[in-house]
Design a binder for this molecule. Structure first.
Ligand code: NAI
Length: 633
């Protein structure tokens, strides 16, 4: 190594830093396989490790105790190495290039053992001679019976002694999760200590650390070192409100984002305060994201609406601020459809009345007013996500399906299209509404419509409360025009579970009332919690806006060997030309370009050769009408 005073050395710990786990604990897990007391011994080992890492107890004594407890043999080591190779810390894996490029200046300093460290780290270009760690001693049968006790790293304050001997000339950075790593800095042998928290967080270490690296990306970012991603993911902060399914939190955490969970909703003022440093805001239907909230959210990249509707978000204001909104339009479709199918059967068989009688001790066995659904005509109003799935399921159960939609829709199976709502209403035995909540759908079913339906029709609304004139429905039920009805949505719905449900449909015969739970199943909650984070993560990682509610939808090819520039601007003429003039002026080779606009904005994505003058970025940002500019690599 040819070192100068400006040389930077990187002292990196192995256990729980370079790899996600503690090598000795993994070794014990392998060597104690089949041992009755395995769990007890593993706990003892972990306890000793943690005490050492927190700076408590004698390290040397602890190491001796752990080696004895493990009862390991040479043959276990190859299994261990394979395991550790699979458990290399995610951000270390990502930044292989840094390790290769800086191999001469990276030292692994560990109180673990060379036997398992060297094969793992050398795969990342780190030099064997730069690995400082302990070595095992074996008996003639290959059993691990001890370790070289003369090695400084086998002793208390061993890392300090080693660093003193090394006499590194230059700046020394130490990155590790343990107290012994911090001690190097404390002893004046390092310029900076970074507590590495991607795998474990140790309070005693965090209290002392002046710098914290939740990932390797963050360390590289802070020190202006080459990194593979454009921005450390831990700097992306996610605020999760309203009891969203924990699967969503898991997905964001796996991605390396910093996640804060608040199980309730927040009112406007609370949200304005809370959202100041948020990059991703996750809500359900209660949280109102107003223009005022958006104006407070200076770092916001995306909003996840973990539901179907997005009325609670000011979408126009969001797009103006360059904030992409994603929802979960299909995740609970199946749940709604299953409930509708069940209700059709219950209503056709008059089960509600029969069941109520039974609860009152009345045995009323008769086939009167009970019908099969087979061969009956089902009319679906609104042939969207839910309407079409219902069409398929109902047909599979032998119903004859008719549908009406205001826009041309592909008919599935043998479903028959009706050209008007009236045509459908007159034809069918069961009507199910699946239209969206647009204002013009208010009271789309009134007395006039009930009058034209067949006598004894079954009427189901699991779409939106305001689409049916509820008094007209109550009247039609009382008159016998409607023989059975199910409603899950109402013009006015109680704000919480404490408020009484007041409605003219209460107490009417053969009517199923449910509290807006058509889409509420465990499966749907999980599906939503899976769908929305994945859309957001993809948007952040690739710029893909497919299925965004308010951004022009672009589905992009994967970024390969290029840098990607994403430019969001107000939809005024000539922006694309200005972007391309800048590229031409700087002789930038464009590998691919994609443009899409909506009424409000234009979104241009350009993949370019990696070599370009950095001035180009400022020029692109300064094009008038630019809302947001981002680069990805
Ligand atoms: P979607 O947007 O996929 O389908 C709605 C369809 O209705 C579209 O094809 C549209 O062209 C059509 N439409 C709109 N107005 C119409 C009209 N006046 N006449 C005929 N067709 C019309 O929506 P999706 O996902 O199928 O949801 C349908 C409804 O179900 C929505 O209102 C949604 O809010 C509601 N929903 C209710 C749930 C519950 O818990 N009860 C759960 C999920 C959705």
């Amino acid at each position: 190594m040819l070192a100068t005073d400006t040389t930077k050395y990187f002292i990196i710990d192995f256990d729980s830093t370079f790899t996600k786990v503690e090598g000795l604990e993994e070794l014990a897990d392998i060597s104690l396989e089949g041992n009755e007391d395995k769990n007890k011994i593993l706990n003892q080992i972990a306890e000793i490790t943690n005490r050492g890492m927190e700076g408590k107890g004698s390290f040397a004594e602890g190491l001796k105790a752990r080696v004895q407890l493990m009862q390991a043999n040479k043959k276990h080591l190859s299994i261990l190495v394979d395991r550790l190779k699979n458990k290399v810390t995610n951000s270390v894996k990502r930044n292989r290039k840094f390790f290769e490029e800086y191999a001469d200046y990276i030292l692994i300093v560990s109180s673990g053992f060379k036997e398992f460290i060297v094969p793992v780290v050398t795969e990342y270009g780190i030099k064997e001679k730069n690995v400082y760690a302990n070595t095992f001693i074996y008996d003639e049968k290959g059993n691990i019976v001890g370790f070289d006790e003369n090695n400084p790293l086998a002793k208390d304050k061993g890392k300090i002694e080693l660093l003193r001997k090394l006499e590194l000339q230059g700046e020394v950075y130490v990155i590790g999760d343990g107290y012994t790593d911090y001690e190097i800095k404390e002893a004046g042998l390092a310029d900076k200590f970074y507590a590495f928290t991607e795998n474990v967080q140790r309070d005693a270490v965090l209290k002392k650390a002046e710098f914290i690296a939740p990932s390797f990306d963050e360390f590289l970012y802070q020190n202006n070192l080459p990194m593979v991603i454009s921005y450390p993911k831990n700097r992306i902060s996610v605020l999760v409100l309203e009891n969203i399914h924990p699967h969503a939190v898991k997905l964001f955490k796996n991605e390396g984002y910093s996640v804060e969970v608040i199980n309730s909703g927040l009112d406007e003022d609370e949200l304005c305060e809370k959202v100041k440093n948020t990059s991703i805001l996750c809500i359900r239907s209660k949280t109102q994201v107003t223009e005022k909230v958006l104006n407070h959210a200076q770092r916001l990249i995306a909003i996840g609406a973990f539901c179907i509707g997005t009325n609670q978000i000011d979408l126009k204001a969001a797009v103006k601020k360059g904030v992409a909104v994603f929802n979960a339009p299909y995740s609970n479709t199946r749940s709604v459809v299953e409930l509708v199918m069940g209700e059709i059967i219950m209503l056709m068989r008059n089960i509600i009345e029969k069941s109520n009688k039974m609860h009152n001790g009345i045995w009323d066995k008769s086939a009167k007013n009970s019908y099969e659904i087979r061969g009956k005509k089902l009319g679906i109003v609104g042939y969207g996500n839910i309407g079409t799935q219902l069409s398929v399921l109902a047909e599979a159960m032998g119903m004859e399906v008719y549908y009406y939609d205001i826009v041309e829709k592909l008919q599935l199976g043998n479903a028959k299209k009706c050209h008007t709502l009236e045509e459908l209403l007159q034809k069918v035995d069961v009507i199910s509404l699946h239209v969206d909540g647009r204002p013009s759908n208010k009271n789309m079913i009134t007395t006039r419509h009930f009058d034209m339906m067949k006598d004894g029709v079954i009427f189901i609304n699991l779409s939106r409360g305001h689409v049916v004139d509820i008094d007209a429905l109550a009247q039609a039920i009382k008159s016998g025009k409607v023989r059975g009805a199910a409603a899950d949505v109402f013009p006015y719905e109680p704000k919480n579970n404490q408020e009484e449900f007041v409605n003219v449909l209460r107490g009417l015969p053969n009517v199923i009332l449910t509290p807006h739970i058509g889409g509420s199943t465990e499966e749907a909650q999980y599906n939503i919690a899976d769908f929305v984070p994945n859309r957001i993560i993809e948007y952040i990682n690739t710029g893909n806006t497919f299925q965004s509610v308010n951004f022009p939808n672009i589905q992009l090819p994967e970024l390969v060997n290029a840098h990607r520039f994403m430019h969001l601007h107000e939809n005024v003429p000539g922006i694309l030309a200005q972007i391309n003039q800048i590229f031409a002026k700087h002789h930038i080779n464009i590998l691919g370009q994609y443009l899409k606009t909506n009424e409000q904005v234009g979104y241009v994505i350009t993949d370019v050769d990696k070599k370009y003058d950095k001035d180009v970025i400022n020029e692109l940002k300064n094009i008038p009408h630019t809302i947001k500019f981002r680069t990805l690599y």
